[in-house]
Design a protein around this ligand. Structure first.
Ligand code: SF4
Ligand code: SF4
Length: 400
């Protein structure tokens, strides 16, 4: 594989930040590396309408999506610069008619392929075609452990039963399976059932991920925010399941930021280990980065190579490393452990992406936000605003 040389174009330099200082004479891999895995959001179209969807509220329409030829060029370029894995995601990636072709091409250029899917559009024949094209792994999202709640959360009738069927096909075809369980106040009581369901389905791994509050989830925060008691309950369920299923199924657990004392190392640090490509080809440091409205993002449709964008684009360098940090982060001993937390959350909750993530107890905003979360959770507002291209639709009736 030929290493890509850094462009001779000017780069952002930050005297306080060794990571952002890029040496023009070195390759991408020799400076701070190209991410091993990239998220390819093939489309924002999806038959489900989850109220916590990580897609932006302003979604990209089908006519803006990259063509098959553009995606194959992108996949080739990713492999050439050293990316090893591609996660095909969305929206719902199976809504793209060319998915088999894209998986085949990714396989041919040497990429490990993962399909992140709601599963409801898959047929067994399509899954066989994907497996034949080299698909390596499937990740299916579940909204609950039983159909009534799960179908309500996803806003899609009979979706849960279909997901169970597809998960069985995945195992029959001997593809590794991850169950993705997105947790919030209205489905936490089904967590134990979801873990048991994942074991019964033969999943290798379950991701128990609490909703992260930006985009659609921020719109729906009052209907989704768990109580502190629920968080304790959830932690106990996960701890118990980890013991019970040790050696059988791996369990990853992401707690809700609002009740943390220190923030997560979001995306492994801004512009350090991850990028994703939107349906229209924009390259983002995080799938929620477009919620930061004063950032511009370069596109694979521009004259720049992907490696150039990763190294040099303003959006990646603005919050890369530690030089940009305000106090209290700047003089904090944890700054190279969590990189100040999540920029999107800082923007959503304080109006300034350069602020310390309010999930941190040292943030001046922390106490207010923690209190707001507690108050919202206690109010128990339950109707969802469903995700759609019209900007969202309020759930018709108060749920039973
Ligand atoms: S979170 Fe739900 S609505 Fe969003 S892409 Fe996934 S399945 Fe579709
Ligand atoms: S002050 Fe900043 S660096 Fe320190 S723990 Fe909080 S978010 Fe992390």
């Amino acid at each position: 594989m030929t290493p890509t040389l850094i462009s001779a174009e000017p780069v952002l330099r930050d005297p306080n930040d060794g990571i952002a200082v890029l040496e023009r004479t070195r390759t991408v891999a020799e400076t701070f590396g190209i991410p091993l895995a990239v998220l390819a959001e093939l489309t924002h179209r999806c038959p489900l309408q989850c109220p916590y969807c990580s897609n932006p509220v302003e979604m990209e329409r089908a006519n803006a999506e990259l063509t098959t030829e553009e995606w194959t060029r992108v996949l080739t370029e990713l492999a050439e610069i050293g990316v090893l894995q591609v996660h095909f995601s969305g929206g719902e990636p199976t809504a793209r008619k060319d998915l088999v072709e894209l998986v085949r091409h990714a396989t041919q250029v040497g990429l490990y392929t993962n399909l992140i899917t709601s599963a409801v559009l898959l047929t067994r024949d399509k899954l066989v075609d994907l497996a034949d094209a080299g698909l390596c792994h499937v990740q299916i999202s579940f909204q609950g452990s039983e159909p009534v709640l799960a179908d309500r959360v996803g806003g899609f009738r009979n979706g849960h039963v279909k997901k169970l069927e597809v998960a069985q096909w995945v195992r029959e075809l001997e593809l590794p399976l991850t169950v993705n369980a997105v947790m919030h106040r209205q489905n936490i009581h089904q967590l134990r059932g979801m873990i048991d369901m994942a074991v019964e389905l033969g999943a290798d791994r379950i991701e128990v991920a609490n909703v992260q509050y930006y985009g659609w989830a921020l719109k729906n925060r009052a209907a989704l925010m768990p109580t502190v008691e629920q968080l304790d309950e959830m932690t106990a369920v996960v701890d118990e399941a980890e013991t019970r299923f040790k050696g059988i199924m791996e369990i990853d657990f992401v707690i809700p930021d609002y009740y943390a004392t220190r923030p997560k190392k979001c995306m492994g640090g801004w512009g350090r280990q991850f990028f994703n490509i939107t349906p229209s080809g924009k390259i983002l440091p995080c799938h929620a980065a477009e919620t930061i409205t004063d950032l511009d993002f370069d596109s694979v449709r521009s004259n720049h190579s992907i490696a150039w964008i990763w190294q040099n684009s303003e959006a990646f360098n603005r919050y890369r490393g530690t030089g940009w940090m305000p106090e209290p982060c700047q003089s904090c001993e944890f700054k190279e452990q969590d990189y100040g937390g999540c920029r999107c959350q800082a923007f959503a909750l304080t109006g300034n992406a350069a602020n310390t993530d309010p999930a941190c107890q040292l943030s001046p905003f922390h106490a207010t936000i923690f209190k707001a979360a507690e108050t919202e959770a206690a109010a128990d507002q339950r109707r969802f605003i469903y995700r759609n291209f019209a900007g969202g639709t309020l759930e018709k009736d108060e749920p039973a």
